[in-house]
Design a protein around this ligand. Structure first.
Ligand code: FAD
Ligand code: NAD
Length: 470
């Protein structure tokens, strides 16, 4: 047995840290996880994924938004929605998720050390509790850094936690703002923009680039923009926010072009910074880049052999889903447990209203690499389930190779998109062709039937093309 207190200390209890710790425990190792008392479960459970996705669900339910196709444009479940209506559901789910994380760690005999961790030397970690006196050190063979990120805050902007907020603080708003400026049209910005627009805020999104979500299918991003404009969202692309002034009357956001936008509140969602400054990385022989991020090799190992880093702190793709697997794989590698690498086929899910999801190649990628393909389309409005759930805008788009009929990409917009994508992902991962989807019987009426409709559309087009080849 090693002379250290633990075989593995994990810093951070978000998705990456949790799975790293449990993987270590399952290998029979002595494991501890360090995190602040109020952050068990990480950014994911406390300020990021879980609250934002629960808020979205509360917004959809209370506004009656997804039922208006059926009951009319004035349909609402609750007339005056308040922040406490929204918070009730969010706090309930956060509370449950924190309990799940604590219970899983406890039943796997993982020690939860409460406080902020920093390196004393490469094998020694100090844990500083809330009170000054509460500092103790632990020694360990291996370390996994899973400290995640925090919102990037430009220095010149005065964040006041009331009217000028970052995306972590937006959950603590005390009223739904009548108008809101969202700075940055990344995934976080657009998800919150669509929620506040659905709640009736007049939202202006300012994005310095000319486009948003440019990794997604452009046709689907166009559909989303159309929907958001319909909810009174204004887009200012190619515009940079340079300052925000706050007064008793509200806020004024100044753009580099000289435009000034008045609003009740401003939310910054202009990127995130790796949470590494409290770690005293130099004591471990490590350093972060200028965005606070750590670099790792293909096994998630930093430049120091026994120290690994996973999750958002290592950058792209910065998703809860990938962070979990990175945590597990880092620990398997650290303790010599054989494991397969993650597959390249990763799904993307964006929880806007309506939601977007895709997996595999985009049309732009196939075109630039000269891969011939055909598109198969299904529109929810032509599916019986689409009519039943009142989704007249949803669509599924399949990209199919015209050479070997393999499924190359699947792109979805509308109800259930983030779940439905996994059918296409499974077919692609098994190297399946469009014929599998044509030959398969789907339950009726379902949204999954969209796969059959789109597959038939693609094969009809490929057959049409075949007529010219003889
Ligand atoms: C608003 C928002 C919405 C999101 N929505 C989605 C989504 O829908 N789907 C998705 O897949 N991803 C989503 N993400 C991203 C997802 O939340 C992250 O990818 C995921 O949380 C990263 O996990 P992680 O393991 O890196 O740790 P994190 O969840 O970032 O947690 C890191 C933990 O480390 C702790 N920590 C930091 N420094 C120290 C220290 N020195 N000592 C001790 N502890 C420390 C922190 O307190 C924190 O608890 C969203 C993020 C945000 C902000
Ligand atoms: N559904 C999901 O999977 C999900 C949801 C939310 C967040 N996330 C993760 O969180 C990460 C961070 O998201 P994010 O949206 O904060 O960051 P981001 O870096 O993706 O987007 C920030 C945007 O702000 C713009 N910007 C920056 N400064 C600006 C300024 N002064 N004026 C105007 N525009 C400005 C940038 O051009 C960029 O487009 C993402 O990479 C994503 O992986 C995932």
């Amino acid at each position: 047995m090693s002379e250290h207190d633990y075989d593995l200390v994990v810093i951070g209890s978000g998705p990456g840290g949790q799975k790293a710790a449990i993987a270590g425990a399952k290998l029979g190792k002595r494991v501890a996880v360090v995190d602040r008392h109020d952050m068990v479960g990480g950014v994911c459970v406390n300020t990021g994924t879980i609250p934002s996705k629960t808020l979205r669900e509360a917004v959809l339910y209370l506004t009656g938004m997804s039922q208006r196709e059926l009951y009319g444009a004035s349909y609402r479940v609750k007339q005056d929605i308040t922040i406490s209506d929204l918070n009730a559901r969010t706090q309930h789910v956060i509370g449950r998720e924190v309990q799940v994380v604590r219970a899983q760690l406890a039943r796997n005999q993982v020690d939860l050390l409460t406080g902020t961790a920093s390196f004393v030397d490469p094998h020694t970690i100090a844990v500083q509790g809330l009170n000054r006196g509460e500092r103790h050190t632990v020694t360990t063979d291996k370390v996994v850094i899973a400290t995640g990120t925090r919102p990037a805050r430009p220095e010149q902007v005065d964040f006041d936690e009331a009217r000028v907020l970052d995306s972590d603080e937006v959950l603590a708003l005390d009223a739904i703002p009548s108008s809101l400026v969202v700075v940055g049209a990344g995934v976080i910005g657009i998800e919150y923009a669509s929620m506040f627009a659905a709640l009736g805020s007049r939202v202006t999104v300012v994005e310095q680039r000319e486009r948003m979500l440019d990794f997604c299918d452009p046709e689907i991003v166009e559909s989303l923009k159309f929907h958001l404009r319909d909810l009174a969202v204004t887009f200012r692309f190619g515009e940079k926010v340079v300052n925000v002034d706050v007064s008793e009357n509200g806020t004024v956001t100044t753009l580099a072009s000289g435009k000034r936008i008045p609003a009740a509140a401003v939310m910054y969602s202009a990127g995130r910074t790796g949470a590494t400054d409290a770690l005293a990385l130099d004591k471990a022989g490590l350093s972060a880049d200028k965005r606070g991020r750590l670099s790792v090799d293909e096994h998630y190992r930093t430049g120091v052999e026994h120290i690994y880093a996973v999750g958002d702190v290592i950058g792209f793709p910065a998703l809860a889903a990938t962070s979990m697997d990175q945590g597990r794989l880092a620990v398997y590698h650290a303790f010599g447990e054989p494991a397969r690498e993650l597959t390249a086929l990763q799904p993307i899910g964006i929880y806007t209203i309506p939601e977007i999801s895709y997996c595999g190649a985009t049309e732009a990628e196939l075109t630039s690499s000269a891969v011939p393909y055909e598109v198969g389309l299904a529109r929810y409005r032509e599916l019986a389930r689409g009519a039943i759930v009142g989704d007249a805008y949803g669509m599924l788009k399949l990209l199919v190779s015209t050479e070997d009929r393999k499924l190359l990409g699947v792109h979805l917009f509308g109800t259930g998109a983030t779940d439905l994508v996994h059918i296409g992902q499974a077919v692609m991962a098994c190297g399946g062709t469009v014929d599998y989807l044509v030959d398969t019987v789907f339950n009726y009426p379902t949204l999954s039937e969209a796969y059959k409709v789109a597959a038939l559309d693609a094969t009809n087009k490929i057959r049409e093309l075949g007529r010219f080849d003889t």
